[in-house]
Design a protein around this ligand. Structure first.
Ligand code: DC
Length: 224
């Protein structure tokens, strides 16, 4: 039986899923700080595999090669600023369609989730596949236009020159690929609370997320 399969999950895992630039990363970091929990941006794992494939001039559609790259991945590779680029996001989405790549990255994520006290993980399939029994699940969204504007601002600050129109096209393409794939498609878990941040400031979104988690935490505390 899995450690997640009791009435009261042992680990207070906060699953934060949602599409690119929805605000989930900022929300996850804020929640981790508020609850003094470690946080994992699982998108970095896929970005790292994509960048490794690119460096090796591999074919992104080659599932076996991408799986071999995923198997070599270590935690210290995740701090590389090259993983934060626009190109890395696209590479990540391409390798993330492969079920064997997802499987190769699963144990790393589940081990992270099973830390004493709990953990916060953000991604696309945390609430559905990685930690389906997480006591707190959020699905963070925003309109494609708002997300494109946020991502464009972020990329500009990183020194990338790109138009908002191109960023919007990236976002739409990634939404379609991430949500349309067969393996662990991006979607809200049935028990996730939806949080649309389109009309919210970062502070408002962080507050709203905190309130959602407070309710989940109270429920988790009273489950024996
Ligand atoms: O969150 P992000 O933009 O860094 O993610 C990059 C890509 O990685 C995303 O387009 C799809 C993939 N991904 C995934 O399939 N599952 C996750 N848990 C996280 C990211």
């Amino acid at each position: 039986m899995s450690e997640y399969a009791s009435d009261r999950p042992r680990f207070f895992v906060i699953a934060v899923d949602g599409p690119a630039a929805s605000g989930k990363g900022t929300i996850a970091t804020g929640l981790a700080k508020a609850y003094k929990l470690p946080v994992l941006d699982t998108g970095l794992l896929y970005r790292c595999v994509g960048v490794l494939m690119k460096k090796a001039r591999g074919n992104l559609d080659d599932e076996a090669a991408a799986c071999a790259a995923a198997a070599l991945l270590t935690a210290d590779q995740l701090d590389d600023p090259a993983l934060r680029t626009r190109a890395a996001g696209e590479l990540a989405s391409r390798v993330a369609v492969h079920p064997r790549v997802r499987n190769a990255l699963m144990e790393f994520q589940r081990t992270f989730a099973r830390q004493e006290g709990g953990a916060v993980l953000d991604g696309r399939d945390i609430g559905t596949v990685i930690a389906p029994d997480a006591p707190a699940k959020l699905y963070v969204t925003a309109s494609p236009k708002v997300r494109a504007h946020r991502r464009w601002t972020q990329l500009k600050a990183q020194g990338e020159r790109v138009s908002q129109k191109d960023v919007l096209a990236d976002i739409r393409r990634r939404d379609a690929r991430d949500g349309g794939r067969d393996a662990a498609p991006m979607k809200p878990a049935p028990d996730a609370v939806l949080l649309d941040t389109s009309e919210m400031t970062i502070e408002q979104a962080a507050d709203a997320a905190r309130r959602i988690v407070e309710v989940a935490r109270a429920r988790w505390n009273t489950t024996s």
